[in-house]
Design a protein around this ligand. Sequence first.
Ligand code: MSP
Length: 523
Amino acid sequence: MAKPPFYITTAISYTNGAPHLGHAYEGILTDAMARFKRLDGHDVHFLTGTDEHGEKVMKTAEENGITPLDFATQNANGFIEMTKMLGMSNDDFIRTTEDRHYKSAQAIWKKLKDKGDIYLGKYEGWYSVREEGYFTEDELTDGEDGEKLSPNGTPVKWVEEESYFFKLSEYTDKLIAYYEAHPEFMQPESRRNEIMSFVKQEGGLRDLSVSRHKDRLSWGIPVPDDTDHVMYVWLDALTNYITAIGYPDEDGEQFKKYWGDNEDVFHVIGKDITRFHCIYWPAFLMAADIKLPKTVFAHGFINVQGEKMSKSIGNVLSPSAMVETYGLDQIRYFLMREISHGNDGNFSHETAVERMNADLANGIGNLAQRTLSMIYKNCDGAIPDHGEFTEADCGLMNEAYALRDQMNVHVKKFHIHRALEDVIKVITAADGYIDAAAPWKLKKEDPERMKTVLYTLAEAIRCIAIALKFVTPTGADKILDQLEIDKDERLFSHANDKYKLKPGTAIEKPEGVFPRLELEEAA
Ligand code: MSP
């Protein structure tokens, strides 16, 4: 029976610059989740895209002497390129400058307005252009030269203007009740606690300014029925998640399948934008009578050589340079293996090379190459027949067959690194098995037993390769190609099928899949 749909999204990236390793990390993490769910038999819809309006894009475009749309398009193309380069399996890429999005954002605005949740007032307060967010006086800190900074360290300025407001204050209690009834809504726990205490602050939430006067900001989606204003970029941006599946057509097939009737809508974001996703977004949805997503998962930040990526330090890493230096599977694997559940992570050349070599080149790469070469040379170039299995044979194969269920437990809790640890354990067990069984000795002593040992190893490798497909799709598929596994027999359900390898299947001369990296290759 087909498993229920799964709708998964990344945050949409600002188009005021090129993608960096942080964007790549989020893309790979979300892609790994999407692939895992597909391998597990779900009908997955995976969305990513770009957030193109707002003051930042408008200003940088002006500085560059081009129109905001041309500037946004240049950078959006960089992000589209990145999805391809990283092997992301997204089903859609949304740009907030598309017609479908204008229609959707204006429709949600109208719904909120008709309900009486949007009113015209006057905004006075501190605003960060970099974060496109508002802050209260007591949240600010002083920078080195006395400049006022947001809690995330970006400069803020005092803004006074006529603005539309969303009655966020009326949602304080509803949000708290929702969070309490749905502990899975905000993950991980540390972020949930932060949001809870913010919403529970004395006096509750304050109404939110949701428009800009066009004299100050013209680069945005016009407010319906009032062309003096454009919509606040976060109301515009958050709506992308429903635009892409057909909003405002709530009765449409896609909308019903992936949102209305779907229990598993999952947003992956960075920890800096939890407030927008865990407070504003659910409040907008409640106001628009639209169901809320099941989970917002906030991952940590990736630093480089121990420091936050920044242009001034000069440590901003480009995803394309990383793929070129280490290889795509290698960089995907490293990021997924090294950065644990919701925590910040660090990228350093030394740890990356060490990890890639230990787990990929010396781990699964070496295991597959050794086993397949022995089969190719000693079994007439075909998967050998096996005799009766010993306890050790069954032990190894059963560990490999059990991988799917074990990994599922971890991935359900978004512990991808733990799922990978499980795979590594089976690779280590296979290495131990090969050393103990010593098939190279059996070649002369007991050729029949050698065949059973090699069959056992090949069967374990088949399951390991399927288990790795969500993180290292290219290398895993190469191993499965070398084992002559049909393309449509590479799901977790097939990895669970016992003794799937067919004796007598001819294999090609094996080639190494994960080459060893030299430490000095990139410094
Ligand atoms: N446009 C908003 C998101 C709108 S979603 C409706 C935005 N864009 S962003 O380009 O600044 O960031 C895109 C995503 O990348 C965010 O989830 C952000 O947290 C993430 N990251 C940006 N820098 C990062 C790191 N250094 N490390 C990990 N993720 C980082 O925010």
